[in-house]
Ligand binder design. Sequence first.
Ligand code: HT7
Ligand code: ZN
Length: 875
Amino acid sequence: PTVIGLDDYRPSDHLADTIHLDILLHPTATRIVAETAFRPNPAGRPGAPLVLDGDELRLCGIELDGQPLPAEAFEASPQGLTVLAPPQRPFRLRVVTEVDPTANTKLMGLYRSGGIYCTQCEADGFRRITYALDRPDVLSVYTTRIEADESEAPTLLGNGNPGEAGAIPGTGRHFAIWHDPFPKPGYLFAVVGGRLGKVSKPFTTMSGRPVEIAVHVEPGKEPRAEYALDALERSMRWDEEVFAREYDLDVFNVVAVSDFNMGAMENKGLNIFNDKYVLASPETATDSDYANIEAVIAHEYFHNWTGNRITCRDWFQLCLKEGLTVFRDQEFSSDQRSRAVHRIGEVRTLRARQFTEDAGPLAHPVRPNQFREINNFYTATVYEKGAEIVRMLKTLLGEADFAAGMTRFFETCDGTAATVEDFLDAFAAVSGRDLSDFARWYVQSGTPVVTVRTEYDPAQARYRIDLTQETPPTPGQAEKGPLVLPVALGLVSPTGAAIAADCADLRPDGVHVMAGSRASLIFENVRERPVPSLFRGFSAPVKLRLDLGDDDLLALLEHDSDPFNRWQAAQMVAMRLLVGQATSESGTPVEASLLRLALALGRVLVVESERDPAFAALLLSLPSETEIAQEIGSDVDPDAVHRAWLAARGTIGTVLAADLAAIRAATEPDGAYSPDAASAGRRALRNVALDLLASADPAFGEREADRQLAAAGNMTDRLAALAVLSRIPGDTRERALARFAEDFAGEPLVLDKWFGIQAAIPEPGTLDRIHGLTSHPAFSFTNPNRVRALVGSLALANPTQFHRADGAGYAFLADIVLMLNGSNPQVAARLLTAFSTWRTVEPGRRANAESQLKRIAREQNLSPDVSDIVARSLS
Ligand code: HT7
Ligand code: ZN
C-alpha cells in the first residue's frame, strides 16, 4: 500500500455542495442513484479532472447535467471514477451503482447484519456505496430517499430529519426521505432498513426545542434498550450543562446491530451501535457492561459537536475528534460515578493498551505523520493518549481558561473541517499563552519516563525534589525532546499529618509545570521528612521512577489525600515485589514485603470497604500480568510472571482471609439489582474478595463460587463466580460451564462472555478447548464480537497460553488472521496487533513469534490492513 503523509495534504480540486441519494434496498443487488452538485474548488487546481473514490463498486450509469456521459469522457473501475475534463463551473453528476449488501463481509459500506441493512462509512466506507470525494474535508448537504420491501424493512432511517414517507402502491415497497441540513463528510453518512423495535422519549433542549430520541433494537429486545435510552438522555443534558452544547436536529436515532467492526459510529443523527453497547438487562449484562453502554452512548452523542459539527480536515487529525471526545465521555462518566474510581480505570486502560503500544513496533504519535491504512490508526494512542493531552491542557490552563477555550473552539470552528492547530489556537487565544511547546505531545511518540530523586535536610527544614524526564526512542523517532508536564503534587507526612507545600515553583493549586528535561523543587519550612505524592490524579501520562521505599509508599496508601496516588502506591509496592519474584531464578524472598502490603491493605480496608467499596476493590486488585510483563520489559517469561502473580494473590488472600470473609458477609446482595455505581461497587468488592479467597484456598473458592453461581440473581455475580471457577480445574468447573451454556443458549452476547472465560483459562488444554469452541453452534467467524470473545481473549487476556513456549498460541492466531484477512481485514489486523509485544519475550518465544509474523508476511494477497501491521511489527 502507498504511504500517505500529513505534509501531502492539499485541498480537494472539487467541492460537492449537495448530494441526493436514492437507495433501492435489495439483499443482493442494491441500487444507489447519487446526484451530486459539484463545483471547482477555488482553493484547488484549476482544470483538474474530477477524481472520485470507489471501492468494489459496479457502475451502472453516469450522466452529467442530465446527459449521458460518453465513454471517452470518463474512466471507471470498481476502485474509482474519473471525469477527465469536467466543466469549469458548477455541474451535476448522476451516478448509478450497484452493491451486494449480503456479500459484504468486510462490514464497511452497506451490509446486512441479521437481516438489517446498515452502513459503516468511517473511515472510507462511503466509497463502497457510491463514487465520491470521500475525504473528511468535503462537506455536503445530504438528502436520502430509501426504498425497500415493506415486509423486509418496515423501518427506514437516515441522517437528519424525517421527511415524506409512504407506500409505493402495488409493489409491496415503501420509501422514506431524510434530509440533513448540516453539511457533513461522507464518513458520517448512514442508512438503516429493517424490522426493528424501538424505545423512545421526548427530549426538550436547553433552548426549548423538542426532539424525539429513540433506540432501535431487534424486536422483542426493547426492554433491554431502556438503559441506553436513559444514558442518552443524561448525556444530552450533561453536554448542555457542562459544555453548553445543544442538540440540533428534530430526532436522534440509535440503532443496534449484531455484526459490527468496532463499538459504535457517530453518523449524524443516526448512531449505529454494536449491540453489545446497547442491550442490557440484569440477567444478561454485568456492571461493567452497563458502565460501557453509558460511556459509549455518551461518546457517540458527544461527537455531534466534537466530530460532526466540527470535523477533521484529514485523517491525521483523527485525535481532534477522538481524543477530545474520549476526554468528554470520561468527564461525563466521572460525573455520573465515582471520579477517583473512574480515573483509576482510565489509567489502567491507558497503561495496559497505550503504554504497550508506545513500547512496541506500532508506536506512533497521537497525530501520526504518515499511514498506509487509516483503519489501523484507531488506536489507544489516538484515543486514550489523545484524551490525556486534553486533560493536561485543562490542568495547565485551569478550569476557566479551559472552558473559555472550548467555547472559542466551538464558536470559531463550527461547520469546518479543522486541525489540531485550530484546536490549540483557541486555547492560546483565550489564555494568551504560547502552547507551541505543549504541542509536542501531538507529534512525539513514546511514554516519557520521569525519574525522581528526593533529599531532606532537617537542619534547614528544606526538602528538595529533582525531576528528570526522558522519552525512549520509538520507531522512526530516535531523538526526543522534553514535554510540558503538569506535575500535580503534595507532601505527606509518614504519620498522616498534612504538610503545607511552601515552594516558590508550585502554583496555588499544587501544580508544577515542568517544561524542560530537568526540574528542582525546593520546599521550605518542612519540619519532618515528608513523602512526596507526585503526579496526583495521574496528571501526566508518564512512567514514574521513584526512589521511595515500601514504608513511604505504604504511608501514601494510608494517608495521601489523593485517592489515585493511594491506589498507585499500593500498585508500586506490589509491582516491585511481583517483578522481583518473576525475574529471579530462585524466587526472591518477597514474603516480608508482601506481608507488609497485605497488612496495610487490611488496615485501609476497614474504612474504605464502607466508604467507597469500588475503590476498596481496586486497592485489592494487583497489577495485571500484562502490566508486570511491561514493567519487566525484556526477556519476559510469561509463565514466571503468572506464577508470581498467583503466589502474591494467594498470600494476600491468606493474610486477609478474615477481612475478606467479613466483607463478603457484609455485602450479601439484598433486594433487586440496580446498575448504579454504589451497588456495582459493593458487588465489585464482594467479587474481588471471592477471587482472593479462592486464590488462597481453591477448595473453599470452588465451593463458594459454586454457591454464588447457584444463588446469583444477576449476571455480574454469576460471571464473577464462573470466572473464579474457570481457574479451578475439575468437574465443578465443567458442570458450571455446561450449565451456563444451556441457560443462555440463544443469547449471543452472554455466550461471548462464556467464550471469553474459557479462552482465558491459563492452562495448556485451553488451545484445544478453543479449537473445539470454534465449532460451537453459537460461534461464527463472520461475527466480530464472537471472534473477539474467543480469539481476542486468548490473545489479550491469556498471556501464558498465547505466549506458549511451543509457539502453538502464536500459530493459532496467525491462522485466524490469515483466514480473516480476505473476509474482514479490519478485524484480522486488530487481532494481529497482539503480536506487538513479541520482542519483549524471552528468546525461544521471540523466535516462534517472529516465524509466525514472517509466515503472514509471505502470504500473497494480504489486505492493506494486515500487510501494514505485519510490516511494522517486523520492522
Ligand atoms: N468514529 C468511530 C470510529 C470508527 C469505526 C466505527 C465502527 C466501525 C468501523 C470504524 N472505523 C472507525 C467510532 C468512534 O470512535 O466513536
Ligand atoms: Zn469516537
